[in-house]
Write a protein that binds this ligand. Sequence first.
Ligand SMILES: O=P(O)(O)OC[C@@H](O)[C@@H](O)c1c[nH]c2ccccc12
Length: 260
Amino acid sequence: MQDTLSKIVAHKRTEIAAAKARTPLAELRARLADAPPVRDFVAGLKTKNSVALIAEVKKASPSAGLIRADFDPVAIARTYEQGGANCLSVLTDEHFFQGHLDFLVAIRREVGIPVLRKDFILDAYQVLEARASGADAVLLIAECLPGQELADLHAAILDHGMTPLVELYDAENLDRVLALNPKLVGVNNRDLRTFVTDIAHAVRLHERVPSTIPFVAESGIRTAADVARLRAAGIDAMLVGESLMRQPDLAKAVGDLLSQ
Ligand SMILES: O=P(O)(O)OC[C@@H](O)[C@@H](O)c1c[nH]c2ccccc12
């Protein structure tokens, strides 16, 4: 049976082809001039909070289904910012996560903190889309980008002045990721093939990442006790979506998580 990640990637390739047909590259390039200037995502992580928070705007996911029915992306983003989040992550995948690039555009306009485009990036066209939509950072998933593709997209993101967040799950991808001399590394606690999350996964791999590289623990982080564990391990930042989005009182949820 085909695993979820390969299914998402296959679907994404059809979406990219459709987007290119709808908005030719030259047209997309022309839109770059109107994009807001890039904010420094890594600098955003260095202020406040013992473990910096990248708060994720996420309506649904393949593992959880619908997470939050009452979903106003801009209101959620504002609440995250007011609650003390360092940076935001916005899901832009429509088919599997019920996200949208328009959410990114609207949020980036309405908040003062840096914003990451969270999607399955396979093509430099999507990097341009991200910048044209106001993204300050772009996620790259090592498991989706074999061989030279990872390095090429990493360079494309840097060329546009944005920060690549290079994510891996498989330990075997670590050397390939570190060879990029990355500005920001993330370890996903969720195996995108099985959906199982385990915070110990990021804690273990963190030990193999030089302390000069800011490190983000991603997924499955729910409680202040989880945050204390990350802090004790010396982890710089966390990416949290589902556990926040499930709380009716978002401002309180952010405060509770950051009370550590
Ligand atoms: O909702 P969670 O378990 O707090 O996880 C957030 C984030 O880490 C997760 O959405 C994520 C991490 N890497 C991804 C890659 C694609 C889609 C989603 C993700």
